[in-house]
Write a protein that binds this ligand. Structure first.
Ligand code: CA
Length: 243
């Protein structure tokens, strides 16, 4: 049994009926995680928290507020106040905007265009609320994402790893069922969210993580890069019954 047949069996579907591909943003479209990790680490150090830049790869996909809460619990044994969350996230955003060079992931635009060429919709599903990247999408990936097919930090309450953002993505793509879309993620929390939403998930490991972390989180297929996904897309289209 292939990994695709296994998915169908596990989720009680007869077949795939793919209409859309849901793309995460940081680490999938933009090579921005290194700047996020650096900004988080520096911000938290300024505010007296102990952390490492690497751990922010594991928090990736959570909302800023959730990440701050988790660290506050760990370092100070309490929840963060609304004011702390606001202030810390503001500082993190400031540093991220300063450091971020806006580099896109190699082969991301090729992949988006390949998806569109199959007649499928590209939907953005991100936990990010970073205006510096969200505002550049049209410039970097012209003609791909429109506002009605975007789910961002401004739309969701819970954020990844909760399935909420991906369920909202299915809704925005036209009220699709989980077997009518696939997800492209790079983070364990994101793969967990997509898996909880019942959607077949490709993870591209663009960060410094052990790929096992991504398969353990629920990714159906783990690849080393967007290039690998792009180059194998034709094969996957057959497995996913995309014409
Ligand atoms: Ca990501």
């Amino acid at each position: 049994m292939t990994i695709f047949q296994k998915y169908l069996e596990q989720h009680n579907y007869e077949n795939f009926d793919i209409k859309a591909v849901l793309f995460d943003m940081d680490g999938v479209l933009y090579d921005s995680m290194k700047y996020h990790a650096r900004s988080w680490h520096e911000t938290m150090t300024e505010y007296g928290y102990e952390s490492t830049p690497e751990e922010f790869y594991l928090h990736e996909g959570r909302t800023g507020g959730n990440t701050i809460n988790i660290l506050t619990e760990r370092c100070f044994g309490r929840k963060a106040t609304e004011e702390e969350i606001k202030e810390i996230y503001k500082r993190k955003t400031e540093l991220f905007t300063k450091y971020n060079e806006g580099d896109t992931i190699p082969f991301a635009y090729d992949m988006l265009k390949a998806v569109q060429a199959c007649g499928l919709k590209c939907v953005l599903v991100t936990g990010s609320g970073q205006a510096s990247l969200l505002g550049k999408l049209e410039q970097n990936f012209p003609g791909v994402f429109t506002k009605d097919v975007m789910v961002t930090a401004f739309d969701v309450k819970k954020g990844k790893p909760d399935p909420e953002p991906y369920l909202m993505g299915l809704e925005r793509a036209g009220g699709l069922k989980p077997n009518q879309a696939v997800v492209v993620e790079n983070a364990p929390m994101g793969a967990q969210a997509a898996n909880a939403a019942g959607i077949f998930t490709f993870a591209i490991n663009t960060g410094p993580m052990d790929p096992k972390v991504l398969s353990d989180a629920g990714a159906n297929i783990v690849l080393p890069s967007m290039e690998a996904l792009y180059k194998n897309w034709g094969e996957y289209c057959k497995d996913l019954a995309i014409r």
